[in-house]
Write a new protein. Structure first.
Length: 201
């Protein structure tokens, strides 16, 4: 049997991968570099792909933009901050607001966006369709997104890691046998970065 170290992002339809083995679309699979730890590989697909898609596909970020990342202490937010370098984070109005925490509403932030500004959230319902329609008069738009499994995006994330441009921040790694403890720890708002499950962690 041919064995290889791979990582992938499961489709939201399938669900998560809290298991020793899982099945996924082969088009979503990316090889893990020899020098990447399994904890890093566990933290990379969801956080990296989500941040990449939010900033590059739904933003998109461009040189000279001012970016606000809400939830910059989360695994996705920390990835977004690294991917966005060297974008400016200074100021009271931002060209792009990325809500990685999922606790903001577009209606409360329109004054923080200049004409042409954009709000991207991970929370369904964060953008009221009527508010979005009216805000388009000033070219301000908002959208709620859901990450889409993509081997191409995951390879881009891996290549950024290989180039030393990003690094997943791991708050704590738990053994697969301690899923309940991992869930309790992840629910604690004080944790910073990813909480991952590994074999023998």
């Amino acid at each position: 049997m041919l064995c290889a170290r791979v990582m992938a992002l499961q489709s939201p339809v399938v669900g998560g991968a809290w298991a020793d083995y899982t099945v996924c679309n082969r088009d979503a699979v990316v090889m893990i570099p020899d020098w990447m730890t399994m904890a890093e590989a566990a933290a990379m697909p969801l956080a990296g792909t989500t941040a990449l898609q939010a900033l590059r596909h739904h933003g998109p970020i461009t040189s000279g933009m001012r970016l606000l990342v809400n939830g910059a202490n989360t695994s996705i937010g920390l990835m977004a901050v690294q991917i966005a370098k060297p974008i400016s984070y200074l100021g009271q109005r931002w060209d792009l607001i990325f809500d990685a925490q999922g606790n903001l509403r577009f209606i409360d932030l329109t004054d923080c966006l200049p004409n042409g500004g954009r709000f991207v959230s991970l929370r369904p319902g964060a953008v009221d369709p009527l508010v979005n329609l009216v805000s388009r008069l000033w070219s301000k738009t908002g959208t709620s997104i859901q990450v889409t499994p993509s081997a191409m995006d995951l390879r881009n994330v891996r290549d950024l890691w290989k180039a030393g441009k990003i690094n997943p921040v791991i708050d704590r790694a738990f053994d697969m046998r301690n899923i309940e403890a991992a869930q309790r720890h992840a629910a604690n708002a004080d944790h910073r970065g990813a909480v991952v499950l590994v074999r023998g962690g």
